[in-house]
Design a protein around this ligand. Structure first.
Ligand code: PLP
Length: 385
């Protein structure tokens, strides 16, 4: 645990750790295996699936930022989610949010169908439904706040307390905010995880994940499983993600500055029916966001007038926004959750979560804001003709 400010931790992670050559930036260690000193006399690292210096530096950097005990770097965000599933037995119940990332929803519901555990899908803002689900004494409660793609907020402290009261562990997906804007372990959660593919790496050139535990023992157990099932991240991806991390504080500032302008612009646009962005005062989660987040992030979604036909024209006309899955890179991306990120959810589940055909999600990049707005302006105009 350290008292350094987050921006300092992000920038300084691994700096000056090269005792051999004095390299300022931590080296990348690609060796898959490490020589023993002698019979049954291992060094700190022996085999790269189990442990690797580059991966370990990156994992420690995120653990420090999240104020956790153990950081485990995984090959993807989904493998971080899957790693948590190793804690569950066939007798266990898991509560997942009804509007989480489509891949998480798919993983939990499909493993439950195979009988690996029981799953309860619940709107965690529906107090009665949540209380009923908690009465089943779950082993794990998964939280995603803000949620993908509707940016709904969950009061992490409140849900964590209620979950702990029935003996459940709480794992929070912090992908949309990064550890700079929200630190769920400080709100009581037991596990926090990220798809580092998004803001942490920030350049759309790595697919990776990381998981941090508050507790040392739980971290050791999960690190054991990560090695056992072979889902640890590669040294090269860890190197790139660590490199990306160093500019996270400054990137986040620009992402958010742009996102605030975009949200206000969309809010007042005649082609838009609704904007979902926690930074807007009338967002139902605005007050929770102010309390538990350091800022509002740069993800948002909106409902366009004219349904899916208008969505198609919008995508066709946009020149600067790229129509692509993913988020959190420096470039602005746009997507249609129903057919893209959340296609893994059955249509009924999408409807229950409020994911409509007119819903569009954007990841606001750090391009010049005037270019972002003028691109949206011409494409939104065309979408309404
Ligand atoms: N969690 C959230 C909120 C996501 O948006 C994603 C991917 O889009 C994931 C987890 C899964 O991450 P990955 O694609 O790196 O496996």
């Amino acid at each position: 645990m350290t008292s350094k400010k987050p921006a300092t931790l992000a920038v300084r992670a691994g700096i000056n750790s090269d005792k051999h050559h004095g390299g300022v930036v931590p080296a990348i260690h690609l060796s898959s295996t490490y020589a023993l000193k002698g019979f049954n006399d291992k060094r700190q690292f022996d085999y790269s699936r189990t442990g690797n210096p580059t991966r370990s530096t990156f994992g420690q950097a995120i653990a420090d930022l999240e104020h956790g005990a153990v950081g485990i770097v995984t090959s993807t965000g989904m493998s971080a989610v899957h790693l948590i599933c190793q804690l569950l037995t066939t007798q266990d119940t898991v509560i997942i949010p009804h509007d989480c990332y489509g891949g998480s929803y798919r993983l939990f519901t499909h493993l439950a169908k195979r009988g690996q555990f029981n799953v309860i899908v619940v709107d965690q803002n529906d107090e009665e439904a949540l209380a009923q689900a908690l009465a089943k004494k779950p082993r794990l409660v998964l939280v995603e706040s803000p949620s993908n793609p509707l940016l709904r907020l969950v009061d992490i402290e409140k849900v964590t307390q209620a979950s702990h009261n029935v003996g459940a562990l709480v794992a929070v997906d912090n992908t949309f905010l990064s550890p700079l804007l929200q630190q769920p372990l400080l709100l009581g959660a037991d596990i926090v995880f990220h798809s580092t593919t998004k803001y942490i790496n920030g350049h759309s050139d790595v697919v990776g994940g990381v998981l941090v535990t508050k507790d040392q023992e739980l971290g050791v157990e999960l690190a054991w499983w990560a090695n056992c099932i072979g889902i640890t991240g590669s040294p090269f991806d860890s190197y790139l993600a660590l490199r990306g991390l160093k500019t996270l504080p400054i990137r986040m500032k620009q992402h958010q500055e742009n996102a605030n302008v975009v949200a206000k612009y969309l809010k007042n646009h005649s082609a838009i029916n609704a904007v979902y962005f926690p930074g807007l005062k009338d967002h139902p989660g605005h007050e929770i966001a102010k309390r538990q987040q350091k800022d509002f992030g740069a993800m948002m979604s909106f409902e366009i007038k004219g349904g899916v036909e208008a969505v198609k024209v919008l995508f066709d006309k946009l020149a600067l926004f790229t129509l692509a899955q993913s988020l959190g890179g420096v470039e602005s991306l746009i997507s249609h959750p129903s057919t893209m990120t959340h296609a893994g959810m059955e249509i009924e589940a999408q409807i229950a979560a409020g994911i409509t055909q007119s819903l569009v999600r954007i990841s606001v990049g750090i391009e010049d804001i005037t270019d972002i707005i003028s691109d949206l302006e011409q494409a939104l105009l065309a979408s309404q003709i």
